[in-house]
Design a protein around this ligand. Structure first.
Ligand SMILES: [Zn+2]
Length: 682
C-alpha cells in the first residue's frame, strides 16, 4: 500500500485525509528529511551552482516536507488519538533536529551570503532579493556567524530556554489541575445560569463524581467570577486562580514559577547580548514591524495617557452602580466581573439567548462570503466531493472574477471530543509555481462552535460570529496571495506585530449595518433583527472598553519593561516591575498577593516574549485601515481591491510598513484606534 504522505502522491494535490494513518508519519518524514539533507550536502559537495537555482531546489525539498507535515500536525489538533499523538511527537522531534541542522549549517549560510555578495544579486527580482535577505537575517539570529565557542553557548542558551518555557507551562497546567471545589447541592452556586451549571456538572462527571465541581479552567473561573452571588466563593476561587504556580494561595510553593521567570529573563538577556543586541526587546524586534524599543514604549505610553482617565470614569460608574445596588465599596478584585455583568445587564439588557436565533451559522457564512465577494470579487463555493477527516468538515473553493480557481479552504467549525479548543487558521498548502504548474494555497479554518441540536441549526453568539470573521481574515491573507515563493507568501514570515491586521480588520464587517440588515435574520422565519436589539448589540461594543484597554496595556508594558530594563548586575524583582507599572497604569486595585506573572504563559511559556504589545500594535493598523473603508464605504470594491493588492496579496514579500503605506497612503496613525475605544485624540 502507498504511503499517502510521500511526495509522489502529494505534488500539487490536497492531502488524502481518509488514507492517512499514524504509521505513515515516520517513514514519510524519514524519507523526505533524507532527501532534503543528503540532497543539499551532495549539491554542495559537487560544487553545485550556489545561486538562485539552489534556493529553488531547497524550496522544493522544504515544500515536500510541509505537504507531509501540515496534515499530520493538523490532524493532531482536530482528530487526536494516542497513536497519532505518539507519531506526531516523534515527528516533531525529528523536525526540530532538522531545523537546528539547517540553521547552523555553515555551508548553506555561506552559499546565501555569497549570493547576496555576488554580481548576479542585483539581477534578481525584489522578492527574490528579500527572500535571501530574510534567510541571512535568520541565520544571523541563530548565531551562525559567531565564533565556535559562542555558537555552543548560543545552542546551550536556546536549549535551556526551551526547557524553562516547557517547565513554566507544565507548572501552570499542574497548578491549574491541582485545585477543585466540590458541591453536593447548588445552594452556594446561586446566580449561575443553566449553561454554566451544566459546565460544572460536566467537570464533576469527568472527576467521577455526582453534583457540581469548580476547577480553575478559564470558562469555569469566569463563570464563578461573573455569576456567583456568594462573595466568599468568588474570593476563594479568585485566590486559587491568581496564585497558581506561586508562593501564595492554597498550593503555595508547590509549583512556584518565580525561579523560572528569573532564570528566563537572565538567559534571554544573555542570548540577546551574545548576538550583539543591547537587550532582548531589540533582539525580538529584529523580526518585527516596530523599528525600535522606543517606538513601542511611546506607542503604549501614549495609549495609557488617553485610556486611563476614561477607564477611571468607567470604574467610577461601576462603583456608583454597585453602591446603589447595596454592594460594599470599594469593590474587591473578586467583585469586579460580577458587578460589571450586573451593570451590563442593567444598561444593555443583552443576552446571547436573545441574539443567537439571528445568527445561524449558514446565514453568517453567507454574510462572510458576501463580504468577500463585494470587496474582492471572489466567489466561495462548497465542494462536497473533497474527502476530509470528519463529516462535519466542509471544503470550499475560491474563484476569481474570471472563474479561475485560486485557492481552497477546509472549514471545521464544531466542537468535538477529540479536538483542541479555541479557534485558529493554519496553512495546508502554500502557493508555489514549478515551471507552468501552480500549487494553489489551501487553508484550514478551525472553530469550536456548539454543534446543531436536533432540528435546530447551529446558532452562534455574536462573539462566535466575530471569531469566524477574524479567522477568515487570516485565511484570506493566505489564499489571496499572488507571490509564488512559500517563504514570503500568505502569512509566512509576516512580522508578528502585523500579522493580525487582516484578521482584526475583517471583524469590523460583522458589526456593519449593511451586513446585519441583510443577514442577521431569524432562523425560523427570516424576520430581520429588530432595530432596537441591533442598537443594544452595537452599544455593547464599547461597553467598559477603556477598562479592557488599560488591562492589555498593563500586560504589554510589564512584558516590555521586564525585558527592556533587565540589568544583569542588579536584576530587579519581577514583582516590583509589575507593581510599578500597575501604579501608573491600572485603575482597578489588585491584592498584594496576586501572582499574575507566575501564570503569564504568553511570555514565559509561549511565543509572545517582548511581543504582547503586538495585539494592540496590529489593532492600530487594523483600525486605521478600517478608517479608509469608513471613508469610502464599507463595501467599496475599489478600497477592497487596494487592500487585496497592497496587503493581502503581497504577504511578507516586502516589509509590512511598506504595504501599509501603499494601502493607506501614509504611515499608521493612532486616531482610529483611539476612536474605536471611544477615546479622544488629544
Ligand atoms: Zn488572529
Amino acid at each position: 500500500m502507498q504511503n499517502p504522505l510521500k511526495q509522489s502522491n502529494l505534488q500539487f494535490h490536497l492531502p488524502d485525509f481518509p488514507a492517512i494513518k499514524p504509521e505513515h508519519v515516520m517513514p514519510a518524514l524519514t524519507e523526505l528529511l533524507r532527501n532534503y539533507q543528503e540532497g543539499l550536502e551532495r549539491w554542495m559537495e559537487q560544487g553545485g551552482d550556489a545561486g538562485w537555482a539552489m534556493v529553488e531546489q531547497e524550496i522544493a525539498w522544504a515544500d515536500a516536507l510541509n505537504r507531509a507535515w501540515s496534515p499530520v500536525s493538523h490532524l493532531n489538533s482536530v482528530a487526536d488519538s494516542k497513536s497519532l499523538r505518539e507519531a506526531y511527537n516523534s515527528g516533531l522531534e525529528r523536525l526540530t533536529e532538522h531545523e537546528n541542522w539547517r540553521q547552523q549549517h555553515q555551508g548553506i549560510f555561506t552559499a546565501y551570503r555569497d549570493m547576496k555578495d555576488s554580481e548576479s544579486f542585483r539581477e534578481l527580482s525584489p522578492v527574490q532579493q528579500r527572500i535571501i535577505e530574510l534567510e541571512l537575517r535568520d541565520f544571523h539570529l541563530a548565531g551562525v556567524d559567531l565564533p565556535e565557542k559562542e555558537q555552543k553557548t548560543y545552542r546551550e542558551l536556546v536549549m535551556r530556554l526551551s526547557q524553562l518555557g516547557s517547565r513554566f507551562s507544565e507548572n501552570v497546567i499542574d497548578a491549574t489541575q491541582a485545585w477543585t471545589l466540590h458541591f453536593d447541592s447548588t445552594e452556594r452556586l446561586d446566580g449561575l445560569p443553566d449553561a454554566e451549571l451544566k459546565l460544572l456538572e460536566g467537570i464533576a462527571g469527568a472527576h467521577g463524581k455526582d453534583g457540581w465541581m469548580v476547577d480553575l479552567s478559564a470558562p469555569c473561573f469566569h463563570a464563578i467570577m461573573t455569576h456567583a452571588n456568594d462573595q466568599a466563593l468568588r474570593r476563594e476561587v479568585y485566590t486559587a486562580y491568581v496564585t497558581r504556580a506561586s508562593d501564595q494561595g492554597p498550593c503555595a510553593g508547590q509549583w512556584d514559577n518565580m525561579p523560572l521567570i528569573e532564570e528566563t529573563l537572565s538567559l534571554r538577556h544573555r542570548l540577546a547580548r551574545l548576538l550583539g543586541f543591547d537587550n532582548y526587546v531589540e533582539y525580538a524586534l529584529a523580526r518585527r514591524m516596530a523599528d525600535a524599543p522606543v517606538s513601542v514604549v511611546e506607542f503604549l505610553d501614549s495609549l495609557v495617557s488617553r485610556a486611563r482617565p476614561a477607564a477611571r470614569q468607567q470604574h467610577e460608574s461601576l462603583l456608583d452602580f454597585a453602591g446603589k445596588q447595596g454592594a460594599n465599596l470599594p469593590l474587591e478584585a473578586w467583585d469586579i466581573a460580577y458587578w460589571s455583568e450586573r451593570y451590563r445587564q442593567a444598561e444593555l439588557h443583552l443576552s446571547d439567548e436573545e441574539l443567537k436565533p439571528f445568527f445561524s451559522l449558514e446565514r453568517m457564512l453567507d454574510a462572510l462570503f458576501f463580504t468577500a465577494k463585494q470587496l474582492f470579487g471572489i466567489e466561495v463555493k462548497l465542494d462536497e466531493s473533497i474527502l476530509t477527516w470528519h463529516s462535519d468538515v466542509r471544503f470550499y473553493w475560491l474563484r476569481d472574477r474570471s472563474g479561475q480557481r485560486i485557492a481552497g479552504m477546509y472549514l471545521d467549525l464544531f466542537a468535538r471530543k477529540d479536538k483542541r479548543g479555541g479557534a485558529w487558521m493554519d496553512v495546508c498548502l502554500s502557493r508555489r509555481r514549478v515551471n507552468e504548474a501552480l500549487q494553489l494555497p489551501m487553508a484550514y479554518l478551525t472553530c469550536n462552535f456548539a454543534p446543531p441540536v436536533g432540528e435546530q441549526p447551529c446558532l452562534l453568539t455574536h462573539n462566535d460570529v466575530q471569531t469566524l470573521f477574524h479567522e477568515f481574515g487570516h485565511c484570506l491573507h493566505h489564499m489571496l496571495t499572488t507571490v509564488d515563493w512559500p517563504q514570503v507568501n500568505g502569512i509566512n514570515s509576516v512580522e508578528w506585530d502585523a500579522v493580525e491586521l487582516p484578521s482584526q480588520l475583517l471583524e469590523n464587517w460583522c458589526w456593519e449595518d449593511e451586513i446585519l440588515s441583510r443577514f442577521a435574520l431569524h432562523y425560523r422565519d427570516n424576520t430581520p433583527m429588530p432595530g432596537e436589539l441591533k442598537g443594544r448589540l452595537l452599544r455593547s461594543r464599547s461597553f467598559q472598553k477603556a477598562l479592557f484597554l488599560v488591562r492589555q496595556l498593563e500586560y504589554a508594558l510589564c512584558d516590555l519593561h521586564l525585558h527592556l530594563d533587565y540589568d544583569p548586575d542588579n536584576p530587579a524583582n519581577p514583582l516590583d516591575v509589575l507593581g510599578e507599572i500597575r501604579k501608573s497604569v491600572a485603575v482597578v486595585p489588585v491584592p498584594e498577593w496576586n501572582r499574575f506573572l507566575n501564570g503569564f504563559s504568553h511570555i514565559f511559556g509561549g511565543g509572545y516574549a517582548a511581543g504582547y504589545y503586538s495585539y494592540l500594535w496590529a489593532e492600530q493598523l487594523a483600525a486605521d485601515a478600517w478608517g479608509k473603508f469608513c471613508a469610502e464605504g464599507s463595501l467599496d470594491a475599489k478600497t477592497g481591491d487596494a487592500l487585496r493588492r497592497e496587503i493581502l496579496s503581497v504577504g511578507a514579500s516586502r516589509p509590512a510598513m511598506e504595504s501599509f503605506v501603499a494601502f493607506r497612503g501614509r504611515p499608521p496613525e493612532p486616531g482610529p484606534l483611539l476612536k474605536s475605544y471611544g477615546l479622544k485624540e488629544t
